[in-house]
Design a protein around this ligand. Sequence first.
Ligand SMILES: Nc1ncnc2c1ncn2[C@@H]1O[C@H](COP(=O)(O)OP(=O)(O)O)[C@@H](O)[C@H]1O
Ligand SMILES: [Mg+2]
Length: 185
Amino acid sequence: MPHHQSQLYRPCVIWFTGLSGAGKTTTASFLLQALQQRGLPCYLLDGDELRKGLCCELGFSESDREENVRRIGEAARLLMDAGMITLVAVIAPMRHMREKLRARFAEGEYLEVFVDTPLSVCEERDIKGLYKKSRSGSLKNFTGIDSRYETPLAPDIHLKTANTSIDNNMDQLIKMLVAREIVRG
Ligand SMILES: Nc1ncnc2c1ncn2[C@@H]1O[C@H](COP(=O)(O)OP(=O)(O)O)[C@@H](O)[C@H]1O
Ligand SMILES: [Mg+2]
């Protein structure tokens, strides 16, 4: 049921997957702002932040990454059940992890956003200096370098950031949310 007649919305989970530096946090933060401006209840779960708390004992082995994704997926479900449009900015590198996630949701409740930026561009950006650390060998199991990232085969929306502006991507995202009847046009 919509909250207000004028502001139809449907709680769901919108998961941003992509390499480190691809633009998950940036894009999700812009969308969060746009939703807040419409007065919609929304929340952003960001992988880097959650690793300090909810997931603080987990590392970057494949099994720890799997548990990280599972746990954040469950947290996202709870927020959705509480009525939030829940945005998640977490790499979720393997297909089987993302498939398990999707399986926890009903049709239309879980939307996958592939933030697709070439590794070379992410490495050029290197906002957190992690690619440099990884290349020098002081950081192990870094996604895209010595830990695998499996590109989504059928994301709900495929965004590029290397040659596409954040505004353009925001338009695409809002259009998708309108088409899925999550927000009103
Ligand atoms: N079109 C774009 N969309 C999103 N981010 C972009 C874009 N163009 C450049 N950037 C920059 O790329 C970086 C992405 O970083 P971030 O969002 O933290 O990545 P992630 O959360 O995926 O690790 C930011 O410094 C952002 O300003
Ligand atoms: Mg981020």
